[in-house]
Design a protein around this ligand. Structure first.
Ligand SMILES: Nc1ncnc2c1ncn2[C@@H]1O[C@H](COP(=O)(O)OP(=O)(O)OP(=O)(O)O)[C@@H](O)[C@H]1O
Ligand SMILES: O=P(O)(O)OC[C@H]1O[C@](O)(CO)[C@@H](O)[C@@H]1O
Length: 336
């Protein structure tokens, strides 16, 4: 009988449970055995697992996190790690390994593939949306929704005090969350990798100061800066200090942090995770391997793991241009 193993790895993402559920249901429908390894790749290295049936995935799709737990497993990056993982897969006579995670997790999957005859299939599960070959990753929609609601709340108090707010959002080294959230909340400024050179922030700081001063002179309202994490040297506190030192501008800092990773998955993520999970089991049946299942437009398709990891996944250039040229036009036109 065909035997499938599942694990979740890297930063957890809302919708991972919905993906696990879909895989388990489809596996049982096809009369495949299914087991889950715990704590990312640690579960393979430590042989920590359980059988998964319908009962184990009842009432899980509405919850964030992952019932299989997740982890960042350093040992997988050592030469012995993938070989040890393969030993466990062989011991359990696994035919196909499905990993739900981000680009690092897929690197781990490629390393396993180099030593193993079984099928390896990835499902894009990360809030960062930084995998190529899929419009969205599982968890991204929820993270954007959560951060949007949080900034809407910040906006109320910012308006009341006519305050400048610097709100840091996640994304590791990609600006998908920053741009989606910045545009969805009507942020006066979005500072991200796509529109800001972190090696030379002076020009950006001058433009920002000018925008804030125009806003304060003509509008007397709040000014929200959405800042991508890992962008500004010294982080949001350094930016706050520079605004104060250079232009006497007071600001408040809010780091949204892991709030963006938790919570009940948005319907979009539940549906995406379900579709991708079902298709992953179809891929097992069809003997497809070395792939991530992606969705572009309405079509599901196979993306080579190397492409998903290495190809660029840029933020839509029209959005970056609109933010720069149109949506902040008022603030730029009144340049002193
Ligand atoms: N080059 C590699 N070789 C083998 N395994 C790797 C490699 N890179 C990462 N991994 C494994 O994948 C795990 C998850 O990777 P990482 O921490 O980069 O998160 P991710 O999957 O990219 O997800 P996210 O970006 O959402 O946190 C690592 O902890 C490690 O176990
Ligand atoms: O939870 P950790 O290990 O601090 O990782 C945080 C990172 O994980 C993510 O949430 C997902 O990759 C990133 O946005 C963030 O940079």
């Amino acid at each position: 009988m065909t035997k499938i193993a599942i694990l979740t790895s890297g930063g957890d993402a809302p919708g991972m449970n919905a993906a696990i559920r879909a895989i388990v249901h489809s596996a049982q429908h096809n009369q495949y055995d299914c087991i889950g390894f715990f704590h990312g790749y640690n579960g393979l290295l430590n042989d920590e697992w359980q059988t998964l049936t319908h009962r184990d995935v009842a009432n899980v799709l509405q919850f964030g996190g992952t019932i299989l737990k997740s982890a960042r497993c350093r040992a997988m990056c050592e030469p012995q790690g993938p070989k040890q993982a393969v030993n466990t897969l062989r011991k359990h006579q696994i035919d196909a390994l499905i990993v739900i995670g981000g680009d690092g997790s897929f690197r781990g999957l490629e390393a396993i593939k180099a030593h193993w005859e079984g099928q390896v299939i990835g499902l894009p599960g990360t809030i960062d949306n930084d995998l190529a070959g899929t419009d969205n990753t599982i968890g991204f929609a929820t993270a954007v929704t959560t951060a949007t609601h949080a900034i809407d709340k910040i906006r109320d108090t910012a308006n009341a005090f006519e305050r400048v707010f610097i709100v840091e959002v996640m994304g590791r080294h990609s600006g998908h969350i920053a741009f989606h959230v910045g545009l969805a909340t009507g942020a006066e400024a979005i500072l991200s990798f796509e529109n800001c050179d972190s090696a030379d922030t002076k020009q950006q700081l001058d433009r920002l100061i000018n925008q804030i001063q125009v806003q304060q002179q003509y509008n007397h309202d709040s000014f929200v800066i959405v800042l991508a994490e890992n962008l500004w040297p010294g982080g949001p506190q350094a930016l706050k200090a520079q605004l104060a030192e250079q232009a006497d501008i007071e600001s408040a800092v809010c780091v949204l942090g892991h709030i963006q990773r938790g919570g009940s998955p948005a319907p979009e993520d539940r549906l995406l995770a379900t579709e991708l999970g079902l298709e992953a089991v179809n891929a097992v049946t069809d003997n497809r391997t070395g792939i991530m299942i992606g969705k572009q437009g309405t079509a599901l398709h196979d993306v080579p793991l190397s492409h998903a990891i290495n190809a660029a996944k840029p933020v839509d250039a029209r959005w970056i241009k609109a933010q720069h040229d149109v949506l902040t036009e008022y603030l730029v036109k009144h340049r002193k």
